[in-house]
Design a protein around this ligand. Structure first.
Ligand SMILES: O=C(O)CCC(=O)C(=O)O
Ligand SMILES: [Fe+2]
Length: 404
């Protein structure tokens, strides 16, 4: 079973041993999984052993095989209305920039009328996150869309060109293209308890490639990121991670990207304050969406808002797994989905670096459907502090090698 997943090939026993050691080391460091967090290996046919989960809304977390979960989830999802909820921007603001229009919309949104930053160009809901330069990505080529106000969820179409997507995607092909250098590949079949939101077990079946900052293939992505989030430094980012889901059996269950306090050691650079992912292909029939189920206040009646973002080649998705604690926090007790989590309603414990996990950003990666269905994404996580790259070994992968 191991051999099947890790694609071990003869003849080098030494290489095999090395791969095991590196892969074990990487797994511990890359996923920032503390010793105390139970990890269970699952395969397509094995069951997870965690059963401390009574949330039957969440089939990904049930104690059944992922494949079975997959089928059930698809059936149950037909009943939900996973629509794009595009924020209606005020008509009269047509001629102004998208950032200004979004700001207008947010000023009139009831959840945000406690913010009085009317002279500030930055939309209120973004005030305590990192600043986003939407204007740079709403022009002839790109199209920025504000899908949810608070917590902010945004997409930018054509964030990368088709060519740039193909170049990155090619890293996953064996042998990797020239110039990419060393790439670390990890088969992910982890089921880990997600303590930060009490959601029990998050099942993930996918393959991840860690890409060096210096690989020319990721240069356009890093460059675009720096343009989109002008106030962050490259040193705050983790290395680009490419994720591939193969077929209907692979996906990523409900989880948060925010790290727990133990996970975010100082070396890791504190909390993850932003997630940027770029879809590298179009999935069949709108499958392979990134789903959010706990956004609030986005729909009418302040009802819980479910949002499904469809993969589209070159489209970026941006959201904020943690928020600065200097932010004014609006609690909506009626729609709390974290009833058994008495700490702070929508938010997690105060962690460190003045950030708190924003449970409302809980999300899942839907599997691709169709014959030979594949979904590829490039992920970037931005930390509150300086992130020390460790995946390739300390000092073997440096931010300064990025071709910007
Ligand atoms: O596959 C997706 O759409 C989401 C992936 C994700 O959430 C993650 O890797 O943390
Ligand atoms: Fe995620």
């Amino acid at each position: 079973m191991m051999a099947r997943y890790l694609h071990f090939r003869p003849p080098l026993e030494a290489a095999l041993l090395f791969a095991i050691i590196v892969s074990a080391a990487v797994r511990v460091r890359a996923f920032h999984i503390p010793q105390s967090r139970p990890i269970h290996k699952v395969s397509l046919h094995a069951s997870t052993t965690d059963s401390n989960n009574d949330d039957d809304d969440d089939l990904w977390n049930a104690d059944i095989s992922p494949l079975q979960q997959q089928r059930q989830r698809h059936n149950s999802e037909e009943q939900y209305d996973w629509t794009w909820s595009i924020l209606p921007l005020p008509e009269h603001a047509d001629n102004t920039s998208i950032a200004e229009r979004a700001r207008c919309a947010m000023m009139s949104s009831s959840t945000n009328n406690h913010h009085h930053h009317s002279n500030n160009k930055q939309p209120a809901a973004l005030q305590d996150r990192c600043s986003v330069n939407l204007d740079a990505f709403h022009n002839g080529r790109c199209k920025a869309q504000w899908l949810h106000v608070d917590p902010p969820v945004l997409t930018v179409d054509n964030f990368l060109t088709e060519q740039e997507c193909d170049d990155i995607r090619r890293i996953t092909i064996s042998p990797p293209p020239a110039g990419v250098g060393r790439v670390i590949k990890l088969e992910s079949r982890l089921s880990e308890s997600n303590k930060s939101n009490n959601q029990g077990t998050a099942v993930r079946l996918s393959t991840t490639w860690y890409v060096r900052y210096g690989a020319p293939q990721v240069a356009p992505l890093l460059r675009s990121l720096m343009q989109l989030l002008p106030d962050i430094q490259l040193e705050q980012t983790e290395e680009v991670q490419l994720v591939r889901y193969m077929g209907e059996g692979q996906g990523f269950g409900w989880h948060e990207d925010a790290l727990s306090e133990q996970e975010a050691t100082m070396d890791a650079g504190g909390q993850r304050i932003a997630t940027l992912l770029v879809y590298l292909d179009d999935c069949q029939d709108g499958s392979g969406r990134t789903l959010f189920r706990d956004l609030r206040g986005g729909g009418k009646d302040g009802k819980q808002c479910r949002l499904g973002v469809s993969p589209k080649k070159g489209r970026a998705l941006l959201f904020f797994p943690a928020i600065s604690t200097t932010a004014s926090i609006v609690e909506d007790d009626n729609t709390s989905t974290t009833d058994d989590d008495e700490d702070n309603g929508a938010f997690g414990n105060v962690y460190f670096d003045h950030t708190r996990a924003d449970h409302r950003t809980t999300h899942a990666g839907e599997p691709p459907t169709g014959q030979n269905g594949q979904k590829h994404i490039a992920q970037l996580w931005i930390h509150s502090g300086i992130h020390t790259p460790v995946v390739f070994g300390r000092g073997l992968n440096r931010h300064s090698e990025a071709v910007l």
